[in-house]
Design a binder for this molecule. Structure first.
Ligand SMILES: [Mg+2]
Length: 253
């Protein structure tokens, strides 16, 4: 069971107002508008994926033999909306730096599973996300899912999970854009993708993203893109600028 902390009422109110304004613009623009969405922690809550990874780790006999106490604690661990990766959840559960071998082992397991097509199936869209994307696509706007996931490890699962939840996906009107190689820098990959769009192709481009590093890079180099910061969780390396709009879900009321 994933426990998500609710965003404050004020944030929800601002979110609804902003989304409503954007929808009106989308309606007027039709095919002259492009909506670009990040996936992890922007359209999809990855907390269930993280919880499943911890459960599956704890269920393996080899881990139970090596780390019996830690595996017992993992069975009751809960993720929060603000968790980025598994580190904070482990610290909250008391599984901190005293267990170095355990940490190496679970980190290796996390890396293998988190970046896999199979585990993407545990992700759940944020409230209103499917309906919001369907709505703007219905107005004729083009859609792109621009993700730091790579084709090789997560391409198949990304495609399957978008379809499973009924997110629009039909090339060329709604496309999935993944990194061709895993090692590429996310912010650079996304910025370059935007740069390749001919300036005259759209009257307006929106970019929904939860990671401030990506937000800041795109904002710095491409000032014609309307960025919407999705306030969920992020790496903590940078903060999103205060002057860009932020939302906490995709609900219009
Ligand atoms: Mg993300």
């Amino acid at each position: 069971m994933v426990v998500l902390s609710s965003p404050p009422m004020q944030d929800r109110h601002n979110t609804a107002e902003l989304l409503s304004t954007i929808q009106k613009q989308a309606f007027q623009l039709g095919s002259r508008g492009l909506f670009v969405f990040d996936l992890d922690s922007t359209l999809f809550d990855v907390s269930p994926r993280l919880e499943r990874i911890l459960m599956d780790y704890a269920a393996l006999p080899e881990h139970q033999t090596r780390f019996p106490e830690s595996c017992e604690i993992l069975k009751n661990i809960r993720m929060l909306r603000s968790d980025w990766g598994i580190k904070n959840a482990l610290i909250r559960a008391g599984l901190d730096d005293h267990h170095a071998e355990f940490h190496d082992s679970i980190k290796a397991f996390w890396k293998k599973t988190f970046f896999s097509s199979e585990y993407l199936h545990y992700d759940i869209p944020y409230e209103g996300a499917v309906e919001f994307v369907q709505k703007v696509a219905g107005f004729g706007c083009e859609i792109a899912y621009l993700t730091g996931r790579d084709v090789h490890r997560m391409g198949r699962g990304s495609d399957e999970v978008l379809r499973k939840w009924s997110f629009p996906l039909s090339i060329p009107k709604a496309q999935l854009v993944l990194k061709p190689q895993a090692g590429m820098d996310d912010a650079e990959f996304k910025t370059n993708w935007f740069r390749a769009i001919p300036y005259e192709a759209y009257d307006k481009i929106w970019f929904f993203e939860n990671e401030p590093v990506n937000v800041n890079r795109v904002a710095q180099h491409l000032d014609h893109i309307e960025i919407v910061f999705f306030h969920s969780t992020h790496s903590g390396q940078q903060e999103a600028p205060e002057n860009i709009p932020r939302i906490v879900n995709y609900l219009l009321k």
